[in-house]
Design a protein around this ligand. Structure first.
Ligand SMILES: Nc1ncnc2c1ncn2[C@@H]1O[C@H](COP(=O)(O)OP(=O)(O)OP(=O)(O)O)[C@@H](O)[C@H]1O
Ligand SMILES: O=P(O)(O)O[C@H]1[C@H](OP(=O)(O)O)[C@@H](OP(=O)(O)O)[C@@H](O)[C@@H](O)[C@@H]1OP(=O)(O)O
Ligand SMILES: [Mg+2]
Ligand SMILES: [Mg+2]
Length: 334
């Protein structure tokens, strides 16, 4: 046993994650590091009842499907004190690209908006030119469902109505979101309760009027892309065509947005993608993701262990408060 914890005081965290995520996040060095600090990660077999695999103090999950949802709900009913990271209903809101962004507007932060966007339900509405009358081309066509499948990340930059009809591979339901020039960089803001970390990633470049005309005619009206925001931009490196470096958003602003979204979404672990509003002076949130790739962050091991230790502390605090309340009731009854 380590110098930090004793076996009896271990916090048992069951994890249900796809293989890709286990290979990237739940690596042996992280599991060992966590155990030395009192967090015991236990792999969950999603095909078996959770109640047969208990005890768990906490469940960390990112798997999809009704079978898993029922399994988790049943476990929660029998183990009301266990913390579920994160609640199913809160995660499900992020599976739809319209409901995902609704809480952003409700935060009422003047510098923060979402791009203009419409929902296209079926092929008939797609054919109708009127459908896009509220938007200015180019737009980004995104699948409505953001459900973890590869398809959910397939997008198209669309330059005109013809492109929308002929060149895009997506099928409705889809979201048509205003493309906004933003300096070629997105800010990815990772949140783990109080922890907030913003990193820069490369994005679609700014498009001038001439470029738009040229690409529109060369491409037939649309260009498809998928998972383009992988490249990390090192601090100090110029990150757009003009050779300018885009300034990070102010820390107080990031913390205010993260705190507001955390509360509104009811999530512990998520990140949000934010771009500069090239047409205004604020920022636009374009995407929110549940339990994203934290392992890409520096010192993610410490961040995540501190996160789970805090969950443990909160559970202990709840137990103490409950006991104090029960004792008080007993005294009054006497
Ligand atoms: N409205 C927009 N204006 C300009 N660029 C955009 C806009 N929406 C998306 N993009 C660009 O397209 C990329 C993919 O879009 P989005 O983040 O919505 O997709 P995603 O597949 O859900 O991403 P992730 O891999 O982060 O889950 C963004 O990272 C950004 O570079
Ligand atoms: O695969 P990566 O490590 O890049 O993580 C990505 C994660 O995929 P994973 O959960 O399967 O790992 C994505 O989840 P789904 O939308 O597909 O459910 C989404 O959260 C992205 O935003 C994450 O990228 P990041 O925002 O951190 O760059
Ligand atoms: Mg994104
Ligand atoms: Mg996403």
């Amino acid at each position: 046993m380590s110098e930090f914890e004793t076996e009896g005081n271990l916090f048992h965290v069951g994890y249900a994650l796809p293989a890709r995520k286990i290979n990237a996040f739940m690596v042996p060095s992280f599991i060992d590091f966590a155990r030395e600090r009192g967090i015991d990660f236990i792999s969950i077999d999603v095909s078996k009842p959770l109640t047969d695999q208990a005890p768990f103090d906490c469940i960390l999950h990112k798997v999809y499907g009704d079978e898993w949802n029922l399994n988790l709900q049943n476990f929660s009913v029998h183990n009301p004190n266990a913390t579920i990271i994160d609640p199913l209903s809160a995660i499900q809101r992020l599976h739809n690209r319209i409901s995902m962004l609704e809480p952003v507007s409700q935060l009422n932060i003047p510098q923060l908006k979402i791009p203009n966007q419409i929902l296209v339900q079926d092929s008939e509405s797609l054919k109708n030119v009127e459908t896009t009358s509220g938007l200015n081309f180019p737009v980004i066509a995104k699948p409505l469902l953001a459900d973890g499948t590869t398809k959910a990340h397939d997008m198209s930059l669309v330059f005109n109505h013809d492109g929308l009809m002929k060149e895009i591979k997506l099928e409705p339901p889809m979201v048509l979101q205003q493309f906004v020039n933003h300096g070629g960089t997105i800010f990815k803001v990772y949140v783990a309760d109080d922890y907030v970390k913003c990193v820069k990633r490369s994005s679609l470049p700014d498009l001038s009027k001439d470029t738009i005309e040229k690409i529109a005619s060369d491409s037939g009206g649309a260009i498809s892309f998928s998972r383009i925001s992988g490249a990390v931009i090192a601090d100090g490196r110029s990150d757009n065509n003009s050779g300018e470096e885009l300034k990070m958003p102010a820390t107080e602003f990031l913390v205010e947005v993260a705190k507001g979204l955390r509360k509104a979404l009811g999530l512990h672990l998520f990140n949000f993608d934010m771009i500069r509003d090239g047409e205004g002076d604020g920022y636009l949130v374009i995407d929110i993701n549940y339990f994203p790739g934290y392992e890409k962050l520096p010192s993610y091991e410490t961040v995540m262990v501190d996160f789970f230790l805090n969950i443990k502390k909160l559970q202990e605090l709840k137990k103490t408060t409950k006991k104090e309340n029960d004792d008080r009731i007993d005294e009054t009854e006497v």
